[in-house]
Design a protein around this ligand. Structure first.
Ligand code: NAI
Ligand code: MG
Length: 354
């Protein structure tokens, strides 16, 4: 297959981890006889420095024409004092909005060799493997009015959803469950919120199209408890924007290793934006010590969700597992001092294993 991938390295450690992920993708293309073309574009602080804006029109256009987008990270202290429209993060928000990416997917999986990195007891986290599907472009963060009244002493935020916005994210939840262990927890607050009642109705309609998926309605507060007391309970969680924001950050600490976590932002067609969960880590930029695995596992999601390349995705994931199983890790992971490797070495270990 021929595929066009836009690379958005961004700032800080972004370029190093993006390069790592791209070289793994190139190896996949070589092994499985695909042709991947890579086009590099600017975003974030790097784009502000060169073009005076965080998301140049040329970058957005290239992304619209791509089959998939791989992003490093944006931001850093150099741009902290810029006005809001000249902040690196603005570029990322504009990109998600400009492409209509309404579904954010964050998988969290514990690796057997890294259980001691978790803040939770090993017997609780062992075997955790879950995916949070969060609605990204609606709900409380975008509803209007959102304002202060009565000289600021009254405040209003609006939780607004249209039926079609709920339908498409719920659909993504079911499709994700079909790609995994076919268990879906739909998380809401239907005992209080009107929006959650419509959410439940839609989930109950859609489940008829997915008879193989076991569906459970759960309330967000008890889900929050269960995520840390019994994380292996979950396969796929689908939820609205605010709940998903909070639950995905909660889930991200289960593994104890931020540098390992990937994410995807998707829409109804195959185009997706893939990026590690971590930021630009300016404290370690340029030192060849950043963990490239969050970016490499984001490339695994890219293969799976945008290209439908299941066996290629499985192969990279297995290679990463193998490398971790051999005890290797970057400095942010809890491995033996003699097994600590840098960004480039970790990447070449994965490529060799592949
Ligand atoms: P951060 O995720 O960049 O760093 C937090 C800590 O984790 C730091 O100590 C860092 O060294 C470490 N770390 C992060 N990724 C790592 C990796 N791959 N390997 C090894 N260690 C890693 O978050 P922080 O420090 O809050 O933000 C730094 C900058 O990144 C800020 O400008 C922030 O706005 C931006 N940011 C960007 C995001 C994005 O592009 N999606 C997400 C989060 C933050
Ligand atoms: Mg958050």
């Amino acid at each position: 297959m021929q595929k066009k991938i836009v690379l958005l390295p961004g700032d800080g450690i972004g370029p190093a981890v993006t390069e790592a992920a791209a070289s793994v993708l190139q190896q996949v293309a070589d092994i499985f006889s695909h042709t991947f073309t890579f086009q590099e574009k600017q975003i974030g602080g790097a784009a502000i420095d060169t073009f005076g804006e965080p998301l140049p029109a040329d970058t957005l256009q290239a992304c619209k024409e791509a089959d998939a987008i791989l992003l490093g990270a944006v931001g850093g202290p150099e741009w902290d004092r810029q006005p809001p429209h000249l902040r690196p993060e603005k570029g990322l928000l504009q990109l998600r909005k400009g492409l209509g990416l309404f579904a954010n997917l964050r998988p969290v999986k514990t690796f057997p060799s890294l259980l001691s990195s978790s803040p939770l007891k090993q017997e609780i986290v062992a075997g955790s493997d879950l995916l949070i599907v969060r609605e990204l472009t609606g709900g409380l963060y975008f509803g209007t009015p959102s304002e202060r009244r009565d000289e600021g002493q009254t405040v209003v935020d609006t939780l607004h959803y249209e039926r079609n916005e709920i339908e498409r994210i719920v659909e993504t939840g079911f499709q994700s469950a079909m790609l995994r262990n076919k268990r879906l927890a739909s998380v809401d607050k239907a005992n209080v919120l009107e929006s959650s009642k419509l959410w439940r109705e839609i989930v109950d309609e859609k489940r008829k199209d997915y008879p193989e998926v076991a569906v459970e309605h759960m309330l967000v507060d008890s889900t929050a408890m269960k995520l840390i007391t019994n994380p292996t309970y979950f396969d796929v969680i689908v939820t609205e924007n605010l709940f998903g924001d909070i639950l995905s950050d909660e889930a991200s600490v289960l593994t104890g290793s931020l540098g390992l976590l990937p994410s995807a932002s998707l829409r109804a067609d195959a185009l997706g934006l893939y990026e590690p969960v971590h930021g630009s880590a300016p404290d370690i930029a340029g030192k060849d010590i950043a963990n490239p695995l969050g970016a490499i596992l984001s490339a695994v999601m890219l293969l799976r969700y945008s290209f439908g390349m299941e066996k290629e995705a499985d192969a990279v994931e297995a290679a990463v597992n193998e490398v971790l199983q051999s005890g290797f890790g970057t400095q942010d992971m809890q491995v033996k001092p003699e097994s600590i490797v840098g960004t480039e070495k970790m990447t070449s270990l994965v490529i060799e294993q592949l």
